[in-house]
Design a binder for this molecule. Structure first.
Ligand SMILES: Nc1nc2c(ncn2[C@@H]2O[C@H](COP(=O)(O)OP(=O)(O)OP(=O)(O)O)[C@@H](O)[C@H]2O)c(=O)[nH]1
Length: 321
């Protein structure tokens, strides 16, 4: 049995690039007085997300060995168990799942694994919806599951759609999940109190969606057409060549590129270049200055449908300075 009050857990989910890290950063900024354990899981074996989350005093734990809803559930249980053993006073756990995660197995971990259920309790399942791209993303299975299991829907990127599009989208989301509370946001601009500590997770609702959630172990099969591909390079890159390559990728391949992000080592620049994109929306900025002993290297991850890995690799090599 649990020795005291359960630790509330916020599960932050939503398809690739919908705005999970943006919301996580907002929450961490607002909860600076709380001791929060943050668990981030990425699709693809790299940890670029860890570099995009604002530095905080919270412990940020990354699970990069696979998708949290598949083979790393054991890792999640182990991690939570360790958190308890450390005996630190943790006020809350926030889990950011990969964009390709089905939340059901993650929810299930907190219900079916006895030890975990003794100490932790789901506070809410918050699903980010990318208002601009959701129609296209609903071709995949995961966003449907993410929307269905949410008790809070953050319909994000409102700055990118029209009023009419908003009306239609809301109708569609109500059909998919009438119970969830809905917030329309740009850059996740919602009050933290509307997301945290509400205890809005309702077991009955999730059991309606999936009656076997408490009895059968769930395994999630990803669509094999969606892959992630990581490129790394220790030699410096040429900025002009990189710009041309990205212009080509965004214009010609943007449709199939669900998510791409990375850190670049550019010749004659003492700063990192950090970039990220979602389909045809792309942003690059100057990052931190390379530290004295820090090994300089570029690391890029692409996640998309039917990606031509060889073409990406050749394009990347052509950017060498
Ligand atoms: N225009 C616009 N861009 C947004 C908004 N919210 C987030 N973005 C941008 O969308 C991109 C993806 O945002 P993230 O917060 O990293 O999304 P994510 O869901 O964590 O992405 P993954 O972890 O890769 O699945 C970033 O470039 C954000 O700056 C928004 O409301 N409007």
């Amino acid at each position: 049995m649990s020795k005291g009050k359960s630790i509330p857990v916020t599960i932050l989910t939503g398809f690739l690039g919908a705005g999970k890290t943006t919301v996580l950063n907002n929450l961490l900024r607002d909860m600076s007085n709380e001791k929060v354990a943050v668990i981030i899981n990425e699709f693809g074996d790299t940890s670029i997300d860890g570099q995009l989350v604002i530095p905080t005093r919270e412990e940020i734990i990354e699970i990069n060995s696979g998708c949290i809803c598949c083979n790393v559930r054991g890792d999640l249980i182990y991690l939570l168990d360790n958190l308890m053993k450390q005996g630190e006073e943790i006020d809350r756990v926030v889990i950011e799942t990969t964009g390709m995660a089905n939340p059901a197995p993650v929810i299930q971990t907190f219900l079916m694994d006895e030890k975990t259920a003794d100490f932790f309790e789901i506070d809410s399942v918050i699903t980010l919806v990318d208002a601009k791209h959701i129609r296209q993303h609903l071709e995949e299975e995961e966003p449907k599951q993410q929307i269905a299991f949410a008790d809070v829907l953050l319909i994000n990127k409102m700055d990118l759609i029209t009023k009419d599009e908003k009306i239609n989208l809301e109708k569609q989301l109500i059909r998919m999940n009438p119970q969830a509370q809905r917030y329309f946001t740009s850059f996740g601009d919602v009050e933290t109190k509307d997301l945290i500590g509400k205890g809005s997770f309702l077991l009955d609702n999730v059991l309606k969606i999936d009656p076997s959630l408490l009895t059968e172990s769930h395994h999630h099969h990803h669509n094999d057409e969606v892959t992630s591909f990581v490129l790394q390079e220790n030699r410096s890159l040429d900025m002009d060549k990189v710009n041309k390559w990205f212009a080509y990728l965004v214009r010609i391949k943007g449709e199939s590129l669900y998510r791409y992000k990375g850190v670049l080592y550019i010749k004659h620049m003492n700063r990192k270049v950090v970039f990220q994109g979602v389909h045809m929306l792309f942003a690059g900025t100057k990052g931190d200055v390379w530290k004295k002993r820090e090994p300089r290297k570029s690391e890029v991850v692409f996640i998309g449908k039917n990606l031509d890995h060889q073409e990406l690799e050749e394009g990347f090599k052509n950017c060498l300075a």
